[in-house]
Write a protein that binds this ligand. Sequence first.
Ligand SMILES: Nc1nc2c(ncn2[C@@H]2O[C@H](COP(=O)(O)OP(=O)(O)OP(=O)(O)O)[C@@H](O)[C@H]2O)c(=O)[nH]1
Ligand SMILES: [Mg+2]
Length: 202
Amino acid sequence: MRWAGILDGMRYTTQFLLSATAAAQFPPPGAPEVAFLGRSNVGKSSLLNALVGERAARVSSTPGRTRAINFFALLDKSERRKLVFADLPGYGYAKISKSISTGWPKFIEPYLAERAALVLCVCLVDANVPPQASDKQLLDWLRAEDRFFVVVATKVDRLSGNERARSLTALEKALEVDEVVPVSAKTGIGIRELWARIEAAG
Ligand SMILES: Nc1nc2c(ncn2[C@@H]2O[C@H](COP(=O)(O)OP(=O)(O)OP(=O)(O)O)[C@@H](O)[C@H]2O)c(=O)[nH]1
Ligand SMILES: [Mg+2]
């Protein structure tokens, strides 16, 4: 199913911009930017693809595969950039080398703290996994930086209705947020809801 076209009721296409491993490589800020953040393997690239209705971002079978910030532009039919999506490297995957794992904040913090175009952080947590300290740390950090964020619980297709409700309640409580939006890149659950949040922020 294609979800493209929901944004402003317009059709648009997705264009890969660049892959950045240092702040100097970030594209010049322009259109409102939305960042996808979460632990390795939580489903960032899959969710981004579900939102744009194409296979724009690479989905990994090996956790920790995305090592750079990958920028994608959403273009309207006049080729104007309406939005930019930033697919960020995952954090907190135990098996990756220590240097990469501890290097994450060094690389990401300047982006999250200083990026002028960044209007919304989509923070992904796995609905199938108990609340994680690393996710709480990220949210606390974003709050301290006054960044707008929405927390989404991924892969809810794997849970029954009751399990899903329990997981969402536990996540909301542990992460101290009013709402966690359930999503599935596989079935499309929550994609329209998330689009509404993105439109409201942009
Ligand atoms: N069942 C189910 N599986 C999913 C869903 N989203 C992602 N996955 C699977 O989870 C794995 C990781 O997905 P990615 O989208 O690559 O996750 P990521 O957060 O981008 O991973 P890194 O870039 O390595 O940090 C893949 O095997 C996906 O097929 C979902 O909504 N439902
Ligand atoms: Mg990825």
